[in-house]
Design a protein around this ligand. Structure first.
Ligand SMILES: [Zn+2]
Length: 485
C-alpha cells in the first residue's frame, strides 16, 4: 500500500537545506540548480517554503546529503508485456528486415491477463524506483489493467492500442499485413471504453490517450476517427511511426509519402500528437533518401517525438540524433518502450546513441536528457503542472542519496547519477505528495509475489514460441542462451 499522511491537507512538509535542488526557472522554461535551499509541499502541490508560518509546518525532513529532482515522465512504455521478454530478445533482430525485431520476434510471445498484470506490477515498480512518477502505458487492454495502474500510486495515462491490421512474416524477409477493419473498429470501441474508465478513476491520477497502434496497421479512416475521439475528450494521440526501414518503405509504397509526410497529409501532426519513435525520418542515413522535409514538419507542427533509445540501440539502430531534433525545435520526450524499466539508464543510452550517430560528443548531454525527461514529457502531455519543482505544481519528485558510494565523489551529481549511478542512489519517490518509493523500494506491490507470477508467465510463454514462429522454431533455437549451445 502507498503511504498516506493524515494531516497532508492541512500541514506542509518541509525539506530543509536540500544540498542540490533542481528547481524550475520560469524565465528560461527549464531547470536551474539551487544549493542549500528549503523545499516544501502541502497536500499534492509544491508550495513556496518562504510563505509558510511555523504553524503551517508538519513534518520536517533534513535535506543534507540529498539531491532532489522533479519526477521523471515516461511517455512511451509497454509495461504489460516487455518485462516478460527479459533474457530472451536482447541479442536478436531480423537481419533481412534491417535489424528490426518487430516482425519476427515481437509476436512470438503470448500471455494471459494474469501474466500481463504481473508484468505491469514489476515494470511500474522498477520505473518508480528509477525516479519515474508519470507513465504513459501503451498496452493491449486487459482485465485488471486500470486497477493495477490505480493501485501503483503513479500518475498514469492509459493508452490502449487498437489497429485494423496485424503484420506477420512467413519467411523472415517479407512483411505482410492481414487487414480486418471490422475487428479494428471493435478494438477501437473497447479501447475508448478503457480510456473513459481510466479518466473516471477515483484516484484522480489517471487519464487516457488515444492510441492507433502503428502507422502501417491503421487506415486513414481509423486515424481520422482517432483524431475525432481525442478532440471530443480533450486528449492526446500517440502512434508508432518511423520505427523501421520496412515501415518507411511500406508507407512510401502505399502512399508515396514518408511516414511523417503521411501523418502530415492526414492532418495528424500537431501539439496533440506524439510520434513514437520518429527514428526513420527522411534524413536517417539508413534510408539513403534525398529529401529533408520530415524534421521541419515535426517542429513546425509542435509534434512530440517519444524517444526510446535502448530498444533500438540494442539492434544497432539510432535516432539521428536527439540533439539535432531539439535544435530544430522538435519537442522530445523520453520513453522506455522495453525493459529494463530503468529510466536513468535510458537517459544514459540516449546520450551515447546520439554521440555515436552524430560522431560528436556534443550531440547530447545531461541538460537535453533531463529536460526531455521532465519538461519535454509534460509538454507532450499538455501539462504545465508536472515535471518541475515550482510552487503550485504537483508534488511529484524524488530524492537521491549523495552519500551513496555510486554518487561519490560529488562534483556534478546529475552527471554522476546518469553516467555512473543509475537507479542505485534513488531513495524516496513522491507522487501527489504521497511517498510511493521508500528507501529505494516501491511500496504498491509485493514484488516477490509479482516476480513469481511473472516467471510462471514467461515459462508458459516460452514453451509456446514454436507455435508462433513462421519456421516452427523453439525459443532456444531462435534466441540461443549465451554459452549454452
Ligand atoms: Zn512502443
Amino acid at each position: 500500500m502507498t503511504e498516506t499522511t493524515p494531516t497532508a491537507a492541512e500541514k506542509a512538509t518541509l525539506i530543509r537545506g536540500v544540498d542540490w535542488l533542481l528547481a524550475y526557472d520560469p524565465d528560461t522554461g527549464t531547470h536551474k540548480v539551487q544549493r542549500g535551499v528549503d523545499m516544501a509541499f502541502r497536500g499534492d502541490r509544491f508550495v513556496d517554503p518562504a510563505s509558510l508560518a511555523p504553524s503551517d509546518i508538519g513534518e520536517t525532513i533534513d535535506g543534507a546529503g540529498k539531491m532532489i529532482l522533479p519526477g521523471f515522465i515516461d511517455i512511451h512504455a509497454h509495461p504489460g508485456f516487455e518485462t516478460m521478454l527479459k533474457g530472451l530478445t536482447e541479442e536478436v533482430g531480423s537481419v533481412k528486415l534491417q535489424m528490426s525485431s518487430l516482425y519476427e520476434y515481437l509476436f512470438l510471445f503470448d500471455t494471459t491477463h494474469a501474466g500481463m498484470v504481473a508484468a505491469t506490477q514489476v515494470a511500474l515498480s522498477e520505473l518508480m524506483q528509477s525516479g519515474v512518477t508519470t507513465i504513459c502505458d501503451i498496452s493491449t487492454p486487459h482485465e485488471g489493467w486500470i486497477d493495477t495502474l490505480g493501485a501503483s500510486g503513479m500518475r498514469a495515462i492509459a493508452a490502449p492500442m487498437f489497429r485494423e491490421a496485424r503484420w506477420y512474416t512467413d519467411n523472415g524477409h517479407e512483411v505482410l499485413y492481414d487487414w480486418d477493419e471490422k475487428a479494428g473498429e471493435a478494438r477501437m470501441t473497447a479501447a475508448l471504453a478503457e480510456v473513459d474508465a481510466a479518466m473516471a478513476h477515483p484516484s484522480g491520477r489517471l487519464t487516457g490517450m488515444i492510441c492507433p497502434a502503428q502507422i502501417d496497421t491503421c487506415s486513414q479512416a481509423m486515424f481520422e476517427a482517432s483524431r475525432d475521439a481525442a478532440r471530443v475528450r480533450g486528449l492526446k494521440i500517440q502512434t508508432h511511426a518511423a520505427q523501421s526501414v520496412v515501415e518507411f518503405q511500406e508507407i512510401m509504397r502505399r502512399h508515396g509519402e514518408t511516414p511523417i509526410g503521411w501523418l502530415n497529409k492526414m492532418d495528424m501532426l500537431g501539439e496533440d500528437m506524439i510520434v513514437g519513435h520518429g527514428i526513420f525520418l527522411d534524413h536517417n542515413d539508413w534510408l539513403g533518401w534525398p529529401n529533408r522535409d520530415d524534421i521541419g514538419l515535426l517542429a513546425d507542427s509542435g509534434t512530440t517525438v517519444a524517444h526510446c533509445p535502448t530498444v533500438f540501440v540494442r539492434r544497432g539502430i539510432a535516432l539521428q540524433d536527439v540533439g539535432s531534433y531539439v535544435r530544430a525545435g522538435v519537442n522530445v520526450g523520453l520513453g522506455t518502450d522495453t525493459y529494463p524499466h530503468n529510466f536513468i539508464e535510458e537517459m544514459r543510452n540516449g546520450i551515447y546513441a546520439a554521440r555515436v550517430s552524430a560522431h560528436d560528443v556534443r550531440a547530447s548531454n545531461v541538460e537535453i536528457m533531463v529536460h526531455a525527461a521532465t519538461i519535454g514529457g509534460a509538454t507532450a502531455l499538455g501539462r504545465d503542472d508536472i515535471g518541475r519543482i515550482a510552487p503550485g505544481a504537483k508534488a511529484d519528485f524524488f530524492t537521491v542519496d549523495l552519500t551513496d558510494p555510486s554518487m561519490r565523489p560529488v562534483f556534478d551529481p546529475l552527471r554522476s547519477l546518469i553516467y555512473s549511478a543509475g537507479d542505485r542512489p534513488v531513495r524516496d519517490v513522491y507522487v501527489d505528495g504521497i511517498r510511493v518509493v521508500r528507501d529505494g523500494t516501491a511500496l504498491a506491490f509485493d514484488m516477490d509475489d509479482a516476480m513469481t507470477r511473472l516467471e510462471a508467465a514467461q515459462k508458459a510463454s516460452v514453451a509456446e514460441v514454436h507455435r508462433y514462429d513462421w519456421g516452427g522454431r523453439s525459443a532456444e533455437e531462435l534466441m540461443p542462451p549465451a554459452f549454452q549451445s
